[in-house]
Design a protein around this ligand. Structure first.
Ligand SMILES: Nc1nc2c(ncn2[C@@H]2O[C@H](COP(=O)(O)OP(=O)(O)OP(=O)(O)O)[C@@H](O)[C@H]2O)c(=O)[nH]1
Length: 815
């Protein structure tokens, strides 16, 4: 700014906005702040309630004088008594809050007013250089609502007068400025207020007005207009008003009166009748943006660029709203960082805090930015909301992460809780899943309803994925538990059943084992059996009631089935060791060899008998050896497991079994068909047979030895002694024909028995007879003893019975 800045003093100090070297002043904002605070006491640069008025006219036409009297400004004026020369250089700006009206010369204005005093045209100082004159006119129209066109009365009607040239300039620059705006149907206009100075009332005002209007319309018609403005009229861009002021020197009172009346017109609201202001004269910019807008306009004008006012206003709006946005956001972040850590755990505290600081930031933004271009204001508002939401999202994400973890823990503990009254596992799983997803969604909805979260789909999807992961894990755990329990039950039953059957093997032992194997499997998994086809009772499938797919159910069943085969296989192999089989064979041999078909012990009489029994018993024993060495059905079909390999892993309890099973699997690759059925290899078989033979040979040897012992036991002299001692009895018998007959019968019987070697059956019959006689005697005696009332007799009888028993057992042992 030039030194001229300091030359103007007064109540309303003026500043040189653009100096004579065409430089724009830099500290206008500070000037505005100072003006506002020193006047109405309001320091609000965001106000849009202000007016800009410019004055334009020939040099030394009394412009500054009029402004100073009308608006109480302090622009420099020429002192005619010293020299007629240019006093206003460049463009000056002055603020006023008082106006000279008919009420008072210091009437407070309804709105703040900024007055631009433009350097006079046609000054001798600039000579032929009309550049500044054109640019100043352009600038005045671009920034002002009302343009005072100051002219002497005597100049009106002078066709070649500089007023016309000046107006032509005004119209030309206006077209370049607002041509496009008219085309885009903007209703922005500028009021051209013609102030006719030294109007001495000789020529009526209407006549002057008519002359001026005709001149103006003529100028407009003759104007070379751009194509887009060909059909435009003067009134598309301007409103015209005319006012005459009395001669300041000759009619001072009239002059003052006219000025005051002019002041009245300026001090009315735009909506009031007679007001010189209208809404569509005003530029939609708050005061803080006006200086930037003015500077931009001047820069464009000065650099001879196309001046597009709407674009300039948008540029200013962008810059200013961006500035406001950043200020609001920085304030929000400061408060956010201060408080957020103490809020993040509590949903209500967090939401109310976030909402509070967001509303404050947005309210502040609205307050300052809403006066700018509405499109830009809304654009930046959305940008601010997005920035706030992104910042809040960090905290909300942390909160939601904690919430997710808590909900998932609750989900797992609720599902795992053992409640006898609770429904089935899958119902419990599904209902708890729905509950936690519902809770999470309601929290999200709450954030969304409070405008703290714009996009929730992504967050919701991530949570659902986490829930489903947990859901699958819990279901798999339950399935493993079912499989583990089933495996244990089946294993125990198979073990018991298999050992029982193998310890007493029959020729159909594998048929029995297989049938039992199937029935154990079926009975254990009975509750999971479902009909595959409702019309077909045989077509059964398994459903473990965990909402699994058909394929997963099938795999789970296969795991159980596989483990059952594994249990059967290990039980068989664990039990059927070489020694066990030898023992089973020996027992089977001895049962056949030592006992007759009545399970009575045999007494050997000769070796042939032993050899015959030995052959039979051996054959009987070895019958099962083939059965025990190869697992096959009675139809001679080898047993082959119906699962190709054990599947899946068992749960915790079955880890040990799994390892064994895996070893088994590794060893075999798969269940080798021969591996299950072929229990012993050839070497093992040979070993078993040799052990068995050795043991039965010993049994046979013992039997034969017992015969020798029996036959050599009675010495011959005993028989001689019997003959000597029993001679008398013998003779008595010989002499008695009855005895002779009996003896003959006995001898013949003896002969035949001996001849046909029937001693064995005879002895058996005798033994049986003796045994039955003893049994009958015992039962009679027992009955006698029970029926006896006398206690002593009873005791004696008991003793007798005891003695009888003892003697019987001894006899049995002897036998
Ligand atoms: N006759 C007459 N003289 C006036 C009137 N108003 C002002 N003057 C005189 O005209 C001379 C010029 O006045 P300024 O107000 O300085 O004129 P200006 O148009 O501001 O001059 P520049 O700023 O240099 O263009 C001064 O001597 C005033 O006293 C008026 O209404 N009638």
């Amino acid at each position: 700014m030039s030194d001229d800045n300091n030359q103007q003093q007064g109540s309303n100090e003026a500043i040189q906005l653009i100096d004579e070297k065409k430089h724009f002043a830099k500290d206008t904002i500070a000037y505005f702040s100072k003006c506002l605070s020193s006047t109405n006491g309001k320091d609000d640069e965001t106000t849009s309630d202000y007016h800009v008025i410019s004055v334009f006219g020939s040099q030394s036409s009394g412009k500054s004088t009029l402004l100073n009297i009308l608006f109480n400004t302090s622009f420099d004026t020429m002192d005619a008594q010293i020299k007629r020369q240019q006093t206003t250089k460049g463009i000056w700006l002055s603020h006023t809050h008082t106006i000279n009206t008919t009420n008072s010369s210091q009437t407070p204005t309804l709105s703040d007013m900024f007055i631009l005093d433009v350097e006079g045209s046609d000054g001798s100082e600039r000579g032929e250089d009309q550049d500044f004159e054109r640019k100043a006119a352009l600038f005045a129209i671009a920034v002002s609502e009302v343009l005072l066109v100051n002219m002497w009365e005597q100049q009106i009607g002078l066709y070649q007068g500089n007023n016309m040239a000046l107006l032509k300039t005004v119209f030309e620059v206006n077209l370049s400025l607002f041509g496009k705006t008219v085309k885009s149907k903007s209703d922005h206009k500028v009021l051209l207020l013609f102030v006719i100075r030294d109007h001495v009332r000789v020529t009526p005002m209407d006549s002057l007005k008519e002359t001026l209007v005709n001149e103006l319309e003529k100028i407009w018609t003759e104007l070379s207009k751009p194509d887009e403005c060909k059909d435009t009229t003067l009134y598309d861009f301007f409103d015209l008003e005319f006012i005459g002021l009395g001669h300041k020197l000759l009619q001072y009172d009239q002059f003052v009166k006219d000025v005051k009346q002019l002041g009245d017109s300026f001090n009315k609201l735009p909506v009031e009748d007679g007001s010189l202001f209208k809404e569509n004269y005003h530029h939609p910019l708050p005061l803080e943006g006006w200086s930037m807008y003015a500077e931009n306009c001047w820069e464009q004008i000065e650099n001879n660029k196309d001046l597009d006012l709407p674009t300039q206003q948008i540029l200013v709006a962008r810059f200013k709203t961006d500035e406001i946005l950043n200020e609001c956001f920085v304030k929000l972040i400061t408060e956010y960082n201060l408080e957020i850590n103490s809020m993040v755990k509590d949903m209500d505290l967090l939401t109310s805090f976030l909402q509070k600081i967001k509303n404050l930031a947005v309210q502040e933004y609205d307050q300052h930015a809403s006066r700018y271009n509405q499109v830009v204001y809304q654009e930046k508002r959305t940008e601010l909301l997005n920035k706030i939401d992104s910042k809040f999202l960090e905290t909300i994400n942390t909160f939601l992460e904690d919430l997710s973890t808590d909900l998932l823990l609750t989900f797992e503990s609720n599902v795992n809780a053992k409640d006898p009254s609770s429904p089935s596992f899958i119902e419990k799983l599904n209902s708890n899943k729905t509950i936690i997803i519902g809770k999470f969604s309601s929290v999200l909805l709450n954030f969304q309803n409070l405008d703290l979260l714009s996009e929730t789909d992504g967050i919701s999807d991530i949570f659902r994925e986490r829930v489903m992961e947990s859901y699958d894990k819990l279901r798999e755990k339950e399935l493993n538990s079912i499989i583990s329990k089933s495996n244990k039950t089946i294993s125990n039953k198979i073990k018991e059943m298999t050992i029982f059957n193998l310890s007493h093997p029959s020729l159909k032992v594998w048929d029995i084992i297989l049938a039992n194997f199937e029935s154990i499997n079926e009975s254990t998994l009975k509750k999971y059996r479902v009909k595959k086809d409702v019309n077909n009772d045989d077509d059964m499938d398994y459903d473990f009631r965990l909402g699994l797919s058909e394929e997963d159910n099938r795999l789970a069943y296969k795991r159980i089935r596989s483990h059952a085969w594994y249990s059967l296989s290990t039980t068989v192999r664990d039990y059927l060791k070489e020694d066990t089989v030898v023992s089973i064979l020996r027992d089977r041999f001895e049962n056949k060899f030592r006992y007759d078909h009545n399970d009575a012990p045999r007494l050997w009489t000769n070796e042939d008998e032993i050899d015959q029994a030995f052959a039979l018993a051996k054959e009987h024993a070895l019958e099962v050896f083939t059965v025990l060495s190869l697992a096959k059905t009675s139809y001679n079909i080898e047993i082959i497991p119906d699962v190709s390999s054990p599947l899946g892993n068992e749960s915790d309890d079955d880890d040990d079994n799994d390892d064994e099973e895996k070893e088994y699997e590794d060893e075999l690759g798969i269940y080798h068909t021969n591996r299950f059925a072929h229990i012993f290899n050839e070497l093992q078989k040979e070993k078993i047979l040799s052990q068995f033979r050795r043991q039965i040979n010993l049994t046979v040897l013992d039997a034969k030895r017992s015969i020798i012992t029996t036959t050599t036991h009675i010495p011959i002299w005993i028989y001689c002694l019997l003959v000597v001692l029993g001679w008398n009895e013998f003779m008595i018998v010989i002499k008695n024909p009855l005895f002779v007959t009996l003896i003959i019968i006995s001898v013949v019987t003896f002969y035949f028995i001996h001849k046909f070697d029937l001693w064995g059956p005879v002895i058996t019959i005798i033994n049986t007879a003796i045994g039955e006689t003893k049994g009958t005697l015992k039962s009679k005696l027992r009955k006698f003893v029970i029926d006896d009332d006398e206690h002593g007799k009873k005791r004696q009888t008991t003793k007798k019975v005891s003695k009888e028993k003892d003697s019987e057992s001894y006899e049995m042992e002897d036998m």
